[in-house]
Design a protein around this ligand. Structure first.
Ligand code: UD1
Ligand code: CA
Length: 471
């Protein structure tokens, strides 16, 4: 099939109905740009492809080239004069017997649809074959397929004046065209329509009028949804998201509130895991087996080892967590953080670009930045690593079995060697040798019997001028 077909993806349009000013082809659907759904599907079928670009062409070319390592070619449509004109701009790429044309704004087309279209097209020796879908209320977006006794044509929604309830088959926007017929007929397209554009869809009427074979295949609407508006973008993403959720459910993942989570297409989830409501799993996130990702957590490019628990309202970006780790609630891990097996990161702890060793605990209210922390370390509540001196970021090393007391400030660069203790409330500015206790806080003075005297002084003070010390 692939030897006999060259594909054209139409992606030059201005997306005026989006009203964002940006090309819709780069809007993401479950984390992947719209145009890449078509290019990847065609690459999977090993069909040589050309993308027609115009509006914001450099941005589209970059994304496509980056993903396909320059195996896909481009054609330029400087002025957007309609889908027929867009195909005309690819004339020098028509090097196979059949040209497959796909609108770039219908991302959910499956390879099976293309295979079926090809089979029908070849079987019927058609001049043009295209995909249709049945819609009870086609609305104002799709071209209607009008089939009469011996003729068939596509009438665009804006040009359609017939009874909408009688014409419920719509043109999906996928065409397989015999090259010879395309070469003969493309110059016959005219702009005498509501949009004053060259409509590719008029080729169907031209073929029919010339008694050439026109073939159609039906496809479920969800596979051929076109996206012209932000509302249709939302609706299409819902379909894709449901598809992904269903796939992971079939592979042993429990979604506690499936209607209320987001999954990117690139995410992987292990069997036995539970995903709570409001969870966002983004980018190249990998959740291991038997994990519990609790509600309102957001994981982006995060790897979570088996049997780990990420408690609610946690945010993790670009980090790797090994097995049996517990993080959160309300924790924030980011920028290449690595957390080893059995470690515990608790509530209101932020960890940036740090390594956290096996069985280490930082359970409450801490900031750990640019730190390498060994095994079985205890980070007391309120510990802050001062990793930034106002100009540069500095490193902190905390070796195995260290105990950092509560409310410490650890001023980097700093090394606290193994088995050491730091006293609560310390500001540690100097390296601590192994097996030591570091105390770095003001000494406490107890004035015995002073409390009643202090009370008297306070009473007197209320009758005196302000700003005078009472101690
Ligand atoms: C098109 C079909 C319609 C079909 C519908 C299916 C035409 C005339 N109509 O309508 O019958 O039911 O798709 O979704 O083809 N583009 C260009 N250059 C242009 C114009 C468009 O590259 O000059 C690209 C767009 O970026 C888009 C695709 O072609 O990806 C389709 O264009 P669009 O304007 O969305 O066509 P529809 O009005 O949806
Ligand atoms: Ca469209």
């Amino acid at each position: 099939m692939n030897k006999n077909m060259h594909a054209i993806i139409l992606a030059a349009g201005k997306a005026t109905r989006f009203k964002t000013g940006r090309t819709k082809l780069l809007e993401k659907i479950c984390g992947q740009e719209m145009v890449l759904y078509s290019t990847k599907m065609l690459a999977y079928l090993q069909i040589e492809s050309t993308v027609v670009v115009g509006h914001q062409k450099e941005k589209i070319k970059k994304i496509v080239s980056d993903h396909h390592k320059d195996t896909i070619s481009f054609a330029h449509q400087e002025e957007q004069k309609g889908t027929g004109h867009a195909v005309l701009c690819t004339r020098d790429k028509w090097n196979k017997d059949n040209i497959l044309v796909l609108n770039g704004d219908m991302p959910l087309v499956s390879p099976q649809v293309i295979k079926k279209l090809y089979k029908t097209h070849q079987g019927k020796k058609a001049a043009i074959s295209f995909v249709v879908s049945h819609l009870e209320h086609p609305g104002h977006a799709y071209g209607r397929v009008i089939q009469e006794k011996n003729s068939v044509k596509i009438v665009e929604a804006k040009d359609f004046t017939g009874d909408p309830t009688k014409h419920c088959w719509i043109n999906a926007g996928i065409y397989l065209i015999n090259k010879k017929f395309l070469q003969e007929s493309i110059d016959q397209l005219k702009t005498d329509n509501a949009n004053q554009e060259f409509y590719l869809t008029d080729l169907v009427g031209i073929a029919s009028d010339n008694k050439k074979t026109v073939a159609t295949i039906p496809a479920p609407f969800d596979l051929v949804r076109g996206i012209n508006t932000l509302e249709e973008l939302w609706a299409t993403e819902e379909v894709q998201r449901a598809h992904l959720i269903r796939y992971w459910m079939q592979n042993g993942v429990r979604f506690v509130k499936a209607q209320n989570i987001h999954l990117d297409i690139t995410v992987k989830i292990g069997a036995g895991s539970i995903i709570g409501g409001g969870v966002y799993l983004l980018g190249n996130t990998i959740v291991g087996n038997n994990c519990n990702i609790q509600e309102y957590t957001r994981l982006e490019n995060a790897t979570i080892g088996d049997n780990s628990t990420i408690k609610s309202h946690t945010v993790i970006n670009d980090s790797i967590l090994y097995e049996n780790v517990s993080v959160g609630p309300f924790a924030h891990l980011r920028n290449g953080t690595v957390v080893e097996q059995n470690a515990k990161i608790g509530n209101f702890v932020e960890v940036k670009k740090s390594f956290i060793g096996n069985k280490t605990k930082a359970k409450h209210l801490a900031y750990l930045g640019d730190a390498t922390i060994g095994k079985q370390v205890n980070i007391g509540a309120g510990t802050i690593i001062c990793n930034h001196n106002g100009i540069s970021k500095e490193k902190t090393i905390i070796e195995d079995n260290v105990y950092i007391g509560s409310n410490n400030t650890l001023v980097a660069p700093l090394t606290i060697e193994k088995n050491s203790f730091t006293a609560a409330g310390s500001t540690i500015t100097k390296n601590v040798p192994a097996n030591s206790l570091a105390i770095a806080r003001a000494y406490q003075v107890n004035k015995e019997g002073y409390a009643p005297l202090l009370k008297k002084k306070i009473k007197k003070k209320s009758n005196q001028p302000k700003n005078e010390s009472i101690i």
